[in-house]
Design a protein around this ligand. Structure first.
Ligand code: PRP
Length: 209
């Protein structure tokens, strides 16, 4: 049988996801060795894993380079890839928030300057409120923007809230809760249906409540 190609997000979340897959019956001993390889397979378990940048998982899956993968809901909302979302894994839980400096007072008649890595999520959120904004797209360390006066607020991921706190910012509004989702390529879902359905079922039995 053909191996199931699985794109895993490189990093802490990916390690947890691999742990879940291992417990669900898809171990891959080679992946547990310390090395810098990015592709690992275990023919007995029927899987081939790739480590990819978390924000790229959905691209591999959408284009069929991976049959399935694990991506944050933030990425799915921001880029809207044409994939099936099969399950909420209950891992990587956090929320997309608006945050600002503690002394920032908003006034609805002013253009709001919003710094973010997620311009589409931010645009949709404010457009639903008919609020005009100026989006400043950044690629990381978003918390610095309001401190340096680059923006009024940020739209970013908050997990523990520590980064905000340590930079004198506070969460003001929650836009949406975020967690890791199992996604599938639409063609693979049809042609490798049995393998994917079996994996989903075994994961479902293992995942966090
Ligand atoms: C995310 C986010 C915050 C931080 C929030 O950054 O952008 O900076 O995590 O976590 P906390 O609430 O637990 O402090 P990430 O680590 O993804 O890196 P980034 O700087 O590239 O956004």
């Amino acid at each position: 049988m053909e191996l199931l190609n699985v794109a895993l997000p490189k990093g802490r979340l990916g390690e947890k996801v691999y742990g879940l897959l291992k417990a669900a019956g898809y171990p891959c001993p080679a992946i547990e060795e310390e090395n810098r390889k990015l592709i690992f397979e275990n023919p007995e378990a029927g899987v081939r894993y790739f480590w990819v940048k978390p924000s790229d998982v959905a691209i591999y899956v959408e284009r069929g380079a991976a049959d399935i993968g694990v991506a944050g809901k933030d990425i799915l909302l921001e880029y809207g890839p044409d994939v099936y979302e099969l399950a909420d894994l209950g891992l990587g839980k956090c929320r997309m928030c608006v945050a600002a400096k503690k002394d920032f007072r908003d006034s609805a008649d002013r253009l709001l300057r919003v710094a973010t890595k997620f311009p589409h999520i931010a645009a949709r959120y404010y457009s639903a409120q008919s609020r005009e904004i100026d989006i400043i797209k950044l690629n990381g360390s978003i918390e610095i923007a309001p401190i340096l006066g680059l923006s009024d607020v940020i739209v970013d991921i908050v997990e523990t809230g520590k980064t905000l706190l340590e930079n004198d910012l506070e969460p003001r509004e929650t836009i949406v809760p975020i967690s890791a989702r199992l996604i599938a390529n639409k063609v693979s879902y049809k042609f490798k249906h049995e393998q994917i359905a079996a994996l989903c079922e075994r994961l479902e039995a293992r995942k966090n409540p």
